[in-house]
Design a protein around this ligand. Sequence first.
Ligand code: CA
Length: 517
Amino acid sequence: MKFIKLGWLFFLFLVSTYAETRPNILFLFSDDHALRTIGAYPGSINRTPNLDRIAREGALFTNSFNVNSICCPSRAAILTGKHSLANGVIGNSSKWNGKQWVFSREIGKSGYQTGLIGKWHLKGNPTDEFQSWEILSGKGGQGSYFNPTFLSPNGESKVTGHSTQIITDKALRWLKNRDQKKPFLLCAQYKVPHIHRLPPIDRMRGYDDINFPVPDTFFDDFSTRSSFVSETWMALKGMKGHVLNIAPTKEEIDKNPKICPPFLNEMNSIQRKAWHLAYDPRNLRYRKLIQDGKLEGDAKSLYIYQRFIKDYIRCVDGLDEQIGRILNFLDEDGLAENTLVIYSSDQGFFTGEHGWAEKRWMYEESFKSPLMMRWPGTIKKGTQITKLVQNIDLAPTFLKAAGLSIPNSVHGLPLQNILLPTTSNSWRKDILYQYFDGGTPKKRGPYNMPRHEGIRDERYKLISFYDFKQWEFYDLQDDPRELNNLFGKKQFKPDIERLQVRLELLKAEFFNSIYQE
Ligand code: CA
């Protein structure tokens, strides 16, 4: 009896020792963040010193992609490590099946304390995916920038302030109150810089006297593409009104409160005052430019681009500051050394490329997601990873970091295989993309987008618009901006045919089991 008791105590000792050495995992996540607006990425147009710190002290992934460039499917792919068809969230209206396997539940069962704070944005609230959760609520799961409502198992609560800071405050509180005997997994998921972009009040001003660079492809004429590419509703030139923070002035609203746009009504008096101080002068100048006939054609498109990109970067600035608070806390609390810190976003974003401000396409700007990882003692400082990775790789990476085995049903691969110097060089050579939130030639989907799928390898990209029986093929080495569709060009026939076969093989590899069921 005594031996059994001693054996049990020894087992508990082993379990506790094991748990203590496993790394904490801090997943920092945003919504619609373009690589071009992160200082660490080549070609960046702004500064993000705190986000850059993660890359500088760890690894920067320059070829990190999503499997389906849209909000809900990206989140589901991350949780499950699987392509959209396998996890069931193929589009933004798909229901989330919370009973399916997710990495966070497994990690929780293995002795981690797990928590989710911020933007969940799946159709169906969390249940037991995380041991504790507090998510942005309202507006279809988008939540508000100002004075957002949060939902947790205890109900709803409204918090005064800006969502970026509130999510950080809640994340820091969670970290401070955690069970220090356990390793943790915390996902802090931000709303920024998703449309309608409302920066924090101390970031609303500024950038009035400068212009950000305009992408080379801003005036793309789409001359080598199918017509539906240029017909999608995501052109910056079509943006207007409150999504650009164009609204009546304070004086006008005071005279006639009925014209107050709903987003201003959501703010308290201090927030509204700050908004009017920053935006009324801009909006008066805008009206003057129109009156003077200075906002016609290209001039109008360029003006809208500057209004858009400045608010986008003001939101990113606010995020960068809050990421800095979290990194400082890790330093001060002695957590930095044994915490794997990840920064990523659900997808990239067109910030003016091809004249667009959206995502969804398999073109590089939206297909790519930012990805940076810091893990002292494991990832060498200043590492750059150019290999093809996807958001489905995060779940297996976290499982492996937690010392857990990776189920065969997971599609992704653990990034340790390319991050650690001791590992072999074999890695995937091509990746699959599938976007389903489109319609058919008779009835187009949201944004007038076509469904499409495709394959990208280290040099080429093949896209199939299967409803339209149209293809595109790009040589990313010679044409990284994807302006010259080479499908049908004789000299590329072997590569096109090779990728057409690979596309079918990849689909069979991932989904054969689904089709057999
Ligand atoms: Ca998004």
